[in-house]
Write a protein that binds this ligand. Structure first.
Ligand code: NAP
Ligand code: G4F
Length: 326
């Protein structure tokens, strides 16, 4: 029997690389969409580069998306590409809207035009809840985004729902709460803290400048979350799901745990409320209720927050020792 073909936008990102790992294990033929850059950034997919097909396509250019779908005829499309860093969305709101919001329209139209039977996954976000209207947040909680990124994701979410209802597409929106791991970009708070703690422990830095330590998030482990994305597309009918651990921690707790992993007291090294790490509008806390995903998909997280921080600190220590020959 022919292998199932899947197309992933954002394959060079954290989730894209984990999803590619997972789908290769499931026997899929993986086609990764990458935008053209002057230097290649395949660090996260270097280990599977010879097992996947990498093709140029950009969420800003609909024809490039149509061409890829026409050539490879995937049965599933995961739209993970986005300008995904919240502070950048305040500095570059138009770009964020073009990629993170309108990019979803381009991708959905490409699916609709080339093959409306394609199963489509949209990477929606708990940032859409922003100034939370209820605790915990479910699929029915009203959105109140607090950044251009959050606003763009609300657009992408509703467009996915709208194309499902208008054109009968098998289109799912996964409302994923923060998820992390060693492949996370260094600008995001978990990796900034684990990397900072590792550097200080190795004598490579003296302190760590941070923003708002009181913010709280529901942090999970990225490999668990990409499994949920796939599960959504294997159901009999398309739907939207919250994916979260149901546990909340503050950035302060994150600092404490990460520094304890290297036997240090974070209060001696972390400088809080650094002006350039504060945001024009903050999302104070997010806490998800993934009951629907647990019940309907049978999805469960497997790695705790503490285990994940330990994994990240250890990975950072190993990488830094290798880089600096320590
Ligand atoms: P990430 O590491 O920032 O990866 C983003 C990916 O999008 C990269 O591969 C990037 O390519 C690609 N991209 C950006 N602009 C593009 C464009 N114009 N055309 C084509 N590709 C483009 O993000 P992530 O953490 O893996 O997140 C994956 C998705 O889930 C994103 O949509 C994000 O907003 C969403 N999400 C993430 C979380 C989370 O906690 N991680 C939670 C909820 C939702 P380059 O490598 O070329 O930059
Ligand atoms: O790690 P963060 O930058 O993630 P944020 O803004 O929650 O967004 C991430 O999760 C979303 C899902 O909810 C995704 F959709 C999105 O693409 C992205 O992956 O910041 C988390 C919290 C914020 O409240 C921030 O103010 O940490 C606080 N924080 C405190 N000091 C900091 C810092 N964040 C960063 N990045 N750097 C700091 O120094």
């Amino acid at each position: 029997m022919a292998r199932k073909v899947v197309a992933i936008s954002g394959i060079t990102g954290m989730d894209g690389s984990h999803l590619a790992d997972f789908l290769l294990e499931q026997g899929y033929e993986v086609v990764g969409l990458v935008r053209r850059t002057s230097t290649i950034n395949f660090e996260r997919i270097a280990h599977i580069q010879d097992k996947i097909k990498i093709v140029q396509a950009d969420l800003l250019d609909e024809v490039s998306l149509i061409d890829v779908l026409r050539e490879f005829r995937p049965q599933e499309v995961y739209n993970l590409a986005a300008q995904s860093f919240v502070p950048t969305s305040f500095k570059q709101p138009v770009l964020t809207g073009e990629v993170t919001a309108l990019g979803v329209t381009r991708m959905l139209d490409a699916v609709r035009i080339v093959d409306p039977t394609i199963r489509f996954y949209q990477a929606s976000s708990s940032e859409m809840f922003g100034k939370v209207q209820e605790v915990p947040q479910t699929e029915r909680t009203p959105f109140y985004p607090r950044s251009p990124y959050g606003v763009a994701k609300v657009y992408g979410h509703w467009l996915t729902v709208n194309y499902r209802e208008s054109y009968n597409l098998f289109a799912c929106s996964g409302i994923l709460f923060n998820h992390e791991g060693p492949r996370r970009g260094l600008e995001f708070v978990t990796h900034k803290v684990t990397h900072g703690a590792a550097k200080i422990a190795l004598g490579l830095a003296k302190d760590l400048k941070m923003g708002n330590l009181e913010a709280k998030r529901d942090w999970g482990y990225a490999p668990d979350y990409v499994r949920a994305q796939w599960m959504m597309l294997q159901q009999d009918a398309p739907d939207d799901y919250v994916i979260a651990t149901g546990k909340e921690h503050s950035v302060r707790e994150l600092c404490k745990i990460a520094f304890e992993c290297v036997d240090l007291d974070y209060t001696r090294y972390v400088i809080e409320n650094n002006p350039s790490d504060l945001r024009p509008a903050e999302v104070d806390h997010l806490l998800g209720d993934a009951s629907k995903a647990r019940k309907k998909l049978g999805w469960e997280p497997t790695v705790t927050f503490e285990q994940m921080i330990q994994i990240m600190v250890e990975a950072d220590l190993a990488a830094l020792k290798k880089t600096y020959n320590l």
